[in-house]
Write a protein that binds this ligand. Structure first.
Ligand code: ATP
Length: 195
């Protein structure tokens, strides 16, 4: 069985917090690869600032130097609202003999019981909960079915968010060292986020 980590997000834009999270998950669970899955329409937030093509180009620019990182277009190809269970069903059909690990930020771990068809999802995947030293995962709120399938991955806190990056670019402020240089060049060169 191949062990593959799946990292879903808006990635608008991808930043160093995402990359460090992916690397921490890969190392902790000994995963062969991490597949970055940009969402079409996220269920929980308003539409993104950059279009899907630009978000994908920025992901490719960010992960190009890492052989273990891939861009996976399953949610963009499906369009419409992206639910994790639909994504997993599709990926499992396409890739038998693969064990998938769904990566979730520590802020989202306690929300897992509310995810669509969570009982089915938890049968099909394991979860990797990214844990920050200042924000430990609280298992007391989680059902045992989820705890059994949850791997904790530690990462140092990186207070970077895509929202902040979009605001900074719009205001003409620097986002250097928040995103990889290749992403910085893409944002500047293509006038993304109102540069
Ligand atoms: P936005 O600010 O637009 O909401 P974001 O920076 O939170 O975006 P997303 O694309 O929504 O990025 O995040 C995808 C995943 O990455 C989520 O699971 C989120 O918890 C995680 N993530 C985002 N920023 C960080 C960070 N700085 N450190 C660790 N994980 C992060």
């Amino acid at each position: 069985m191949r062990k593959i980590g799946l990292f879903g997000g808006t990635f608008d834009p991808i930043h160093l917090g995402h990359l460090l999270a992916a690397e921490s998950a890969r190392e902790t669970a000994n995963l062969e690869e991490i597949w970055f899955i940009p969402t079409a329409i996220p269920p929980h937030k308003p539409g993104p600032g950059a279009d899907a093509r630009a978000r994908c180009q920025m992901i490719e620019a960010a992960i190009g130097d890492n052989e273990a990182f891939r861009l996976e277009l399953v949610e963009l190809e499906r369009e419409g609202t992206s639910y994790t269970i639909d994504t997993i069903n599709e990926l499992q059909e396409r890739h038998p003999h693969t064990q998938f690990y769904w990566i979730v930020g520590s802020d989202m771990v306690n929300d897992l019981p509310n995810w669509r068809k969570i009982d089915e999802l938890v049968e099909r995947v394991s979860f990797i909960g990214l844990e920050r030293p200042d924000q430990p995962i609280d298992e007391s709120e989680l059902p045992s079915s989820i705890i059994k399938k949850l791997v904790r991955a530690q990462m140092p806190p990186l207070g970077i968010s895509s929202t902040d990056i979009r605001h900074r670019v719009r205001e003409g402020k620097s986002v250097r060292y928040m995103v990889p240089n290749a992403v910085l060049a893409f944002i500047r060169g293509n006038d993304i986020y109102g540069t």
